[in-house]
Design a protein around this ligand. Structure first.
Ligand SMILES: NC(=O)CC[C@H](N)C(=O)O
Length: 363
């Protein structure tokens, strides 16, 4: 059955952009749902389930440039958090029936269950060209045409309670304290696969809260929104970097930069996709990465800090990697854990382990 039809009628949905453009499509997902958010696009051909459940996408309306979304349904164990985090979904075509042996429910049914509105029948390539020209902008998804632009609510850091997660094996040697700004499940899983104990703490934690857990290393997670909104945690990072190995991923990378006096800026339309080439400036290697960010570290501002730029995005020269020379501290703007994307960067978890082992325990 065509899920967008009620009583034989297509339910229209309106996507109204901040610049005044309006796209009319067919309602899917939560049919009655209306939402404001930041309109972004991703070029990933696969991994829609991971994308939609990634907390870094909170308050964002995600446009998929790939024309057919939902074809392999929704499977157990793939979510990156326990719910759909994106505010809404824009697609050219939403597959009505999923075909995959692991699929337990269709994407459309999952969005309905999760009360997430979606719109299909949109020329997502045209929409993406507009976002590329004007930059990421606010938009609303409504059931009737709107003449007034509504503003999206500001990003909020998610507050998740402290949890202790144990690795499966007895021979646990490392204990990573993961500061959770909106962590993707696969970052935790990537550490656990390496037999590492992980304790997840909230960004309200103090240096003392973290130090008394006796970590072998600290992981600063990914997360939604503007990194400058997390200024309360920067002094904690400054103290942590005196004592522990640190690995920052995406938002965590931006926060490491800010804590050391660098600046971040909002990109025009960000990097969201699974084929971003990155060049390692230290050995010349180029590898393909999965990315999802709308802010970036200002390369010039790094010159005023003790940090060193270790990697750049090949197309637009965005800062993709940093390290603190002489200390076991590094960060990347891309996602080394990304499950639907390339695995070229997965070895960074081993690099983190090597740094932790090379460091004398200070606590
Ligand atoms: N994936 C992330 O951690 C994103 C970081 C930040 N919210 C940005 O958009 O740049």
């Amino acid at each position: 059955m065509d899920v967008s039809k009620i009583g034989g009628l297509n339910m229209k949905k309106y996507l109204t952009l901040e610049n005044g453009d309006v796209f009319v499509g067919t309602a899917c997902g939560d049919l009655g749902g209306e939402i404001n958010g930041e309109l972004v696009f991703t070029t990933s051909m696969t991994g829609y389930q991971e994308t939609l459940t990634d907390p870094s996408y909170q308050n964002q309306i995600i446009t998929f440039t790939y024309p057919l979304i939902g074809n392999y349904g929704i499977s157990l164990g793939t979510n990156q958090s326990n719910k759909v985090e994106a505010a809404a979904v824009v697609v050219k075509e939403m597959t009505e029936q999923a075909f995959h042996y692991q699929s337990v429910i269709s994407l459309d049914a999952y969005l309905k269950q999760s009360k997430i509105p979606a719109i299909s029948g949109i020329d997502t390539r045209q929409l993406t060209k507009i976002i590329r020209q004007y930059g990421t902008m606010k938009a609303s998804l409504t059931n009737f045409p709107v003449d007034k632009k509504k503003s999206a609510s500001d990003h909020q850091a998610s507050i998740i309670k402290m949890a202790s997660l144990s690795a499966s094996s007895d021979k646990k040697i490392d204990h990573v304290v993961l500061v959770d700004f909106g962590v993707k499940a696969n970052i935790v899983k990537s550490l656990q696969r390496k037999e590492i104990d992980v304790t997840v703490v909230t960004p309200e934690s103090t240096y003392e809260d973290i130090a008394k857990l006796h970590p072998t290393g600290i992981l600063l997670s990914n997360g939604p929104g503007d990194p400058t909104a997390y200024s309360d945690f920067l002094p904690v990072i400054k103290k942590l970097q005196e004592a522990f190995p640190i690995f920052g991923i995406c938002l965590g990378h931006q926060l490491l930069a800010l804590a050391n006096g660098a600046k971040t800026y909002k990109m025009t339309f960000g990097h969201r996709g699974i084929n971003h080439p990155v060049k390692n400036l230290e050995n010349g290697d180029i590898f393909i990465t999965s990315q999802n960010h709308g802010y970036a570290v200002d390369a010039d501002s790094i010159k005023e800090t003790p940090l060193k730029v270790t990697a750049l995005e090949v197309n637009d020269k965005t800062v993709e990697g940093l390290r603190y020379p002489g200390r076991p501290i590094f960060s990347v703007q891309y996602h080394p854990e990304a499950a639907p994307g390339p695995h070229d960067a997965a070895k960074l978890f081993d690099h983190f382990i090597d740094l932790m082992h090379a460091t004398e325990e200070v606590h």
